[in-house]
Design a binder for this molecule. Sequence first.
Ligand code: SF4
Ligand code: SF4
Length: 282
Amino acid sequence: MEKETVLSATRDLWETVPGNTLSTGKGIRPEYAGTRMYDPPLVGFGAADDPLFDAYKKAGVIGPWHMSPGEWLPGAKTVVSFFFPLSEAVRESNRKEVKTASDLWAYARIEGQEFITSTMNAVGSWFREKGYSACVPSSDPRWQSVFAGKGIEGYEEIGETTYGSRWSERHAAYVCGLGTFGLSKGLITKKGVAGRFGSVVVSALFEPDPRPYSGIYDYCIRCGACAARCPAKAIDLVTGKDHVKCASCVSASRLVHAPRYGCGLCQTGVPCEAGIPDPAFR
Ligand code: SF4
Ligand code: SF4
């Protein structure tokens, strides 16, 4: 199968899977009905046996609870990673905020994630219809998250400051050539950091995309704008990101947005919001 076939199918599914455009109901403010949350995704292809997936299992990288593509799907050949950039409407609304997420951002975090999950499941089904095996880690019953060190039993290495899951979409995207990490720990793609990721592990073989970078932070210019935007002071140019402070701030956003939540102030109003920042602004 040609990559172009996958890209075309992905574009079709992005257009036809329901849920990317807000409608009224579920407490969504009527003025946002008709707003599109996510732009067409970037797509990257990585080898299922890329040595980086083994490296992610090491303590201090992610940890041994992180599952490799072959564990998700026996016979896996390729990881297909997707970055869904947030639309200008969502980003613009969050740019104006200084304490917590905008309503639109919270909708994109919750209803938008439902759309992305549906799209990933549709991509998985599409591969199966073509005769391949496919696994969507985020929809798989084995997917588990780690919150403040809790959520996955049996791993002594999980400290109480650990947040994550058995499959890191951002780390998969890094393997697939989509971008590098920033100080805020988001992944900076050529469409920026403001967006969400998904992935599908498949038995179809594709040539891995090149990674046009060598270091995990190559695209971050260390401007510190994300640190200045963070209401929880969870980002520091010297010490990096404090996930405990961040998680606490995101949880507190429920006071404003329940049943939703969100923040993402470090992803908007910053040089890496919608593209790779120019090193001239370093
Ligand atoms: S705002 Fe600046 S320091 Fe923060 S992740 Fe983006 S480029 Fe890096
Ligand atoms: S680091 Fe967390 S709390 Fe700080 S701006 Fe980013 S999402 Fe919000």
